[in-house]
Write a protein that binds this ligand. Structure first.
Ligand code: TXA
Ligand code: MG
Length: 344
């Protein structure tokens, strides 16, 4: 199959909408990461997503809509709890996915057999236009091969999926850079399943107590069943061995410099770069957590392009605000390997 590279204009978005209506796959920009879209109501189209990505069939997909009313229009859920309305009023369109009890029209392929469905109303004009023009709810996971970092540019999508999907729309670099926050309202109190751009603090400020799933910050036992199936897979992992270094500013730099070698690199902050003697990739200024989120996946992909790097030592993000999302992704890239230099 030849993958069309489409532009972010009316005519090309219309072309993409036609592909979706005909059961094809389209890579689409969103404010978080690029998604790989298909008609969420067509089981055959949805099955193609799993095949193109090499995604395990037990990992459910997010259904994307272009207005709140789409939820009822397409019968996506069986009930809309008040807290869902509050989240929608405060954060939609935006980088948050809400899990609700599934409606009867959602195919089992989308929900991977669960009785719930994940819904997201993205805040990206191209994604919204595409969904509107297709007149369909769009099932879309991140548009990467399963196991590699989520794509934040159309080129990343091409690198992973060229020849496996019908088209990708080039809408430039994604703003947030990390996937959406996932919260389930299928239980009360609600539970955060995946941290993202809408932080735990922001959620609790509008709906009160939110539990945090154990898999967000910790490694699951080998046969534990996570609330969000995606959490059990080793994700976002570059070929080099990533190790998180829990250390103060000085010890972080000293530890790396005394291990100096061509094969070692650092994921650091702007403040560290001049002091480090190895190849370095900066997440941004130490305090700029949004920037860290924006840069992380790009850095992981860049590291993958460098064949000499064998070990990458990374700063340990704080787990407050958007930092929780950065930590959640980085700890998976590191296969949960943390070296603690703070222990006395
Ligand atoms: O920002 C995003 O969310 C991007 C863009 C494209 O919208 N999408 C994305 O999709 O990251 P994906 O498939 O890579 O991640 C969806 C996560 C997975 O961890 C999956 O297990 C979880 O959401 N999920 C989906 N439906 C679920 C459900 N019904 N119950 C629990 N977890 C669910
Ligand atoms: Mg993904």
């Amino acid at each position: 199959m030849k993958t069309l590279l489409l532009k972010d204009n009316e005519q090309d978005i219309l072309k993409a909408a036609e592909i979706l209506k005909n059961g094809g796959l389209v890579g689409m920009p969103t404010e978080t990461v690029y998604g790989l879209g298909a008609n969420a109501l067509n089981p055959q189209a949805v099955a193609k997503i799993f095949k193109a990505k090499g995604r395990p069939m037990d990992n459910p997909l997010i259904v994307h809509i272009s207005c709140f009313e789409d939820i009822e229009k397409f019968n996506l859920v069986s009930e809309i709890p008040d807290k869902a309305k509050i989240l929608a009023e405060n954060f939609w369109p935006g980088p948050i996915t809400v899990i609700l009890k599934k409606g009867s029209l959602v195919p089992d392929e989308v929900s991977a057999g669960l009785d719930t469905v994940a819904i997201r109303y993205p805040n990206h004009k191209t994604a919204n236009k595409l969904i509107k023009m297709a007149e369909l709810p769009i099932a879309a996971p991140s548009a990467n091969l399963s196991g590699s970092p989520s794509p934040t540019t159309a080129q990343h999508v091409i690198n992973d999926l060229n020849g496996r999907i019908d088209a990708v729309i080039d809408g430039g670099i994604c703003d947030v850079g990390l996937e959406s926050t996932v919260i389930t309202l299928a239980q009360d109190p609600p539970k955060l399943l995946r941290p993202g751009g809408i932080t735990l603090e922001m959620l609790e400020s509008v709906i009160g107590k939110v539990l945090v799933d154990n898999a967000v910050l910790n490694k699951l036992e080998d046969n534990a069943k996570p609330a969000s199936p995606g959490m059990k897979y080793k994700h976002y992992s570059p070929k080099a061995n990533v190790i998180i270094l829990k250390a103060n500013d000085e010890d972080f730099v000293d530890f790396i410099n005394c291990n100096k070698s061509e094969e070692i690199a650092a994921i650091c902050y702007d403040e560290d770069t001049a002091k480090l003697n190895v190849k370095k990739y900066s997440l941004g200024k130490k305090e700029d957590l949004e920037k860290h989120a924006h840069n992380l996946f790009e850095i992981l992909r860049e590291i993958d392009l460098n064949k000499t790097i064998k070990t990458v030592y990374s700063r340990c993000p704080e787990t407050k605000g958007v930092g929780m999302a950065v930590y959640n992704r980085l700890i998976r890239a590191a296969g949960f390997e943390v070296k603690n230099l703070e222990k006395s």
